[in-house]
Design a protein around this ligand. Structure first.
Ligand code: MG
Length: 305
């Protein structure tokens, strides 16, 4: 299933929906129409586990073609919010997780040219999250080196600590797309959070595709275009540390919870690694795609003076 958080009017609350053809079906109202208490938010759905997902899938199939009016709206009539508009905690980011990106970073940033022995984990705060279509803020007082990074995002489905690699994939609820926006000139004493955590630096969405729909998450093309021109293209099979390793490593010391997000790292082709270097500026439009998951499109907009 392709799950979204959406709203139909500017002032209304975000609602949990499932994309069904050209329609977005409202999950809570679908449940009400058949006398079942379906969740109203993405986090509620993830919290309720596999049985809730199965019940939703069944209800969608059972009511296909005979849904009451008002349960579904055309996709083009809704505004997508980030699939989880307010994550419960920081998004985990993984640095230097594609071999060629390690090389380009060592050339132009202050990172080592040795491949990391363990995943390089950092984080982005929930306040950095923006939806598909929302502006990436360019504040010239803060940065002259605003960069892009397309990434596959993994959404965790179950609370657990010290997850084994063998069991890790059963902890995945689904997948999405994240642009790990980075102000390269805001790293401080080797710490990345100011570089990666500013407001709007986590475009996320437009949907979460449930894990059952992705046959092999380690064979997905991912790409990024700036103003229509391709800047990044790779495949998740080139991840240095694969998804089970990232889940096992992260949970080795930090409990993972339903709705936690791991951005798995970006391939080569970021602006910092180009010759000459390139950055994002107001007026640019950035598109991030992961095949089978979706396309995330965000304009860059000037803020401040
Ligand atoms: Mg990144």
């Amino acid at each position: 299933m392709r799950l979204v958080t959406y709203r139909v009017a500017a002032a209304s609350e975000g609602r949990l929906g499932v994309v069904h053809g050209e329609l977005v079906v409202d999950v809570e109202r679908l449940g009400a129409s058949i006398g079942l208490p379906f969740p109203a938010t993405m986090l509620d759905l993830i919290d309720q586990g596999p049985d809730a997902l199965a019940a939703l899938d069944r209800a969608l199939k059972d009511t296909d073609g005979k849904r009451a009016p008002g349960l579904a709206v055309p996709v083009q009539n809704v505004k997508m919010l980030a699939p989880i508009p307010r994550p419960r905690k920081n998004i985990f980011g993984i640095g230097l997780n594609y071999v060629e990106h390690v090389a380009e970073s060592a050339r132009t940033l202050d990172t080592s040219k040795e491949l990391p022995a363990k995943p390089v984990v950092f984080s982005k705060p929930p306040t950095a999250v923006i939806a598909d279509g929302e502006p990436i803020q360019h504040n010239a007082a803060m940065t002259q080196q605003l960069d892009w990074e397309v990434e596959l995002a993994v959404i965790i489905g179950k609370r657990a600590t010290r997850i084994s690699k063998a069991d890790a994939m059963s902890h995945v609820f689904g997948y999405s797309v994240i642009n790990d926006v980075s102000a390269r000139d805001n790293r401080r004493a080797g710490q990345w959070i100011f570089s990666k955590g500013q407001d709007s630096y986590c475009p996320f969405g437009p949907a979460i595709v449930t894990a059952d729909e992705i046959a092999d998450p380690h064979n997905l093309d991912l790409w990024l275009r700036k103003n229509g021109e391709e800047k990044q293209r790779s495949n998740t099979r080139h991840l240095l540390f694969d998804i089970p390793t990232l889940i096992a490593d992260t949970s080795s010391g930090m409990t993972l919870e339903p709705g936690d997000i791991i951005a798995t790292g970006t391939p080569a082709g970021v602006g910092a690694g180009r010759d000459p270097q390139e950055w994002m500026w107001p007026g640019d439009v950035i598109e991030c795609g992961v095949d089978g998951i979706g396309i995330l499109r965000n304009p860059v907009v000037k803020i401040g003076e």
